[in-house]
Design a protein around this ligand. Structure first.
Ligand code: PLP
Length: 478
């Protein structure tokens, strides 16, 4: 039977199931407000409900969709829900979903220009548009990878190579190397340390600098740490500044960090994974003043530019160093087509997804104006939420609202002072109640010892009424 020898003997079944699937997704979004944001299940529930063994005979799409709806969906935390305010949203959009679908259908591997010319050229073009949109130097080189963690790792690897120690040639062991150092604030994302650990800087090689009242890196302390390490014979390799920290969206001074980096001849990497894409709004760009002096910067369209995870962009002013660090071309990957960029030369992975297709679809379908309007709304609602919260005497903001992030806690007063333990219990009770309601999902954090609730607005479908649920939940107790 010839059908048994080919996987998909025709396209009719696919066409029918595909139409149904798009309808299912459209209905899902139309009714999203009735779906709880946070999965309401216990650990192990989903795996216990799934079949024990794989199917021998195969199963029709309709049956699989029933299983998805009945068994899998209840365990899905709805990151694409307008009430999702936890961590940083990985905001998908309808255009992004269609782009992702096309990319799956083309199923190319964009390792070389030759392996899919369109993947390379669309990536370069879309990243040039994005650089223009963000006000970054358009001569910078951009590359899409999966996550900011990987992009920061690549930047730190380039920084180590740029330090002139010939780690690529001679490795790091069995030789006389000075201790290597990188610097970031104590508020920097853990991906900085993780990347440094993987690159052999060691935990001691990551110098965490204290922060000021605005949760930004203390420049005086950074300066002192770099010169102290030099005096002790260590080799400073990189400074990582964050624009939009994970806990409170705080902003390190890129200009001041760049001045130190230039003077000390170390690499400056800027982690703008969350806040970077908001720079499509020109009025926000003073917040990363000096960015053109960075050696590299990471921004995540999958966090706040409506592109489904994963899509993270690394820009660098020094692609030559990135290439020197990573390029390794075996005979079977040699080409003679005169291509100027083969993206496999600029990172660890060989195989590369066609991620630019979804970013292209998002940027071109919505256009910058519409995306700016949505980002501005998120920031405005963050501000409205912060002012409504701070007007209450049973609530305290733990940090000023920055970008679309608001961090607050419930306070229980005893006379003139705050009962810390009771405040923590009340804050935990509030966030549990809001999350259990299904209408919103918030994360928690701890700032200077205080337990708080963290709200980050970033979904393209969010409206003020979703954010307002947080205020209404507080009012229920009044
Ligand atoms: N940098 C910052 C400031 C972040 O907040 C995060 C994640 O939230 C990351 C980096 C890591 O992002 P990714 O999941 O893309 O690795």
């Amino acid at each position: 039977m010839p059908e048994r020898r080919v996987l998909d003997p025709g396209v009719d079944e696919f066409r029918e199931a595909g139409h149904r699937l798009i309808d299912w997704i459209a209905d899902h979004f139309e009714n999203i407000d009735r779906v709880p944001v946070m999965a309401r299940i216990e650990p192990g529930e989903i795996s216990a409900a799934l079949r024990r063994e794989p199917s021998e005979e195969g199963r029709p799409y309709a049956e699989l969709m029933r299983e998805f709806e009945g068994t899998i969906l209840p365990g899905v935390t709805q990151w694409n829900h307008p009430g999702f305010f936890a961590w940083f949203a990985v905001t998908g959009s309808q255009a992004g979903i269609l782009g992702e679908l096309l990319s799956a259908a083309m199923n190319v591997n964009g390792m070389l220009w030759k392996s899919c010319p369109a993947a390379t050229e669309l990536e370069a073009t879309v990243l040039d548009w994005l650089a223009q949109a963000l006000g970054l130097p358009t001569e910078w080189f951009g590359i899409i990878n999966d996550t900011a963690s990987i992009n920061t790792f690549l930047a730190l690897a380039a920084a180590r190579e740029a330090a002139g120690l010939d780690v690529r040639g001679s490795g790091m062991t069995g030789r006389d190397l000075p201790p290597l150092r990188i610097y970031c604030s104590e508020q920097a994302h853990s991906s900085v340390e993780k990347g440094a650990l993987a690159l052999g800087f060691g935990a001691e090689g990551v110098v965490k600098i204290g922060t000021d009242d605005a949760d930004a890196i203390r420049i005086d302390e950074l300066e002192r740490a770099v010169s102290r390490d030099r005096e002790r014979g260590a080799r400073p390799c990189a400074i990582v500044a964050t624009v939009g920290t994970t806990a409170t969206a705080a902003v390190d001074s890129v200009r001041a960090a760049a001045a130190i980096a230039r003077r000390e001849r170390v690499w400056l990497h800027v982690d703008a994974a969350y806040a970077g894409t908001a720079m499509i709004c020109p009025e926000l760009r003073p917040l990363w003043d000096g960015i053109e002096a960075a050696d590299s910067v990471v921004v995540n369209p999958h966090k706040w530019l409506f592109t489904p995870i994963d899509c993270s962009v690394l820009y660098t002013a020094r692609p030559d160093v990135l290439k020197e660090t990573f390029s390794l071309v075996p005979e079977y990957l040699r080409t003679s087509d005169g291509a100027t960029v083969n993206y496999m030369d600029y990172g660890l992975q060989l195989g590369r997804r066609f991620r630019s297709l979804k970013l292209w679809m998002v940027m071109e379908h919505y256009g910058l104006e519409r995306m700016r309007a949505v980002i501005r709304s998120h920031i405005e609602w963050g501000g409205r939420l912060a002012s409504l919260l701070s007007a209450r005497d049973d609530v305290e903001l733990l940090a000023p609202q920055r970008f679309s992030v608001v961090v607050f806690r419930r306070v229980v007063r005893r006379g003139d002072s705050i009962d810390e333990e009771a405040s923590e219990r009340a804050t935990a009770g509030l966030v549990e109640r809001i999350n259990a309601s299904g209408g919103a999902f918030l994360a928690t954090t701890r700032l200077r010892g205080r337990f708080g609730i963290r709200v980050a607005i970033g979904n393209g479908m969010t409206e003020w009424r979703h954010v307002e649920r947080i205020v209404l939940a507080l009012e229920e107790d009044d």
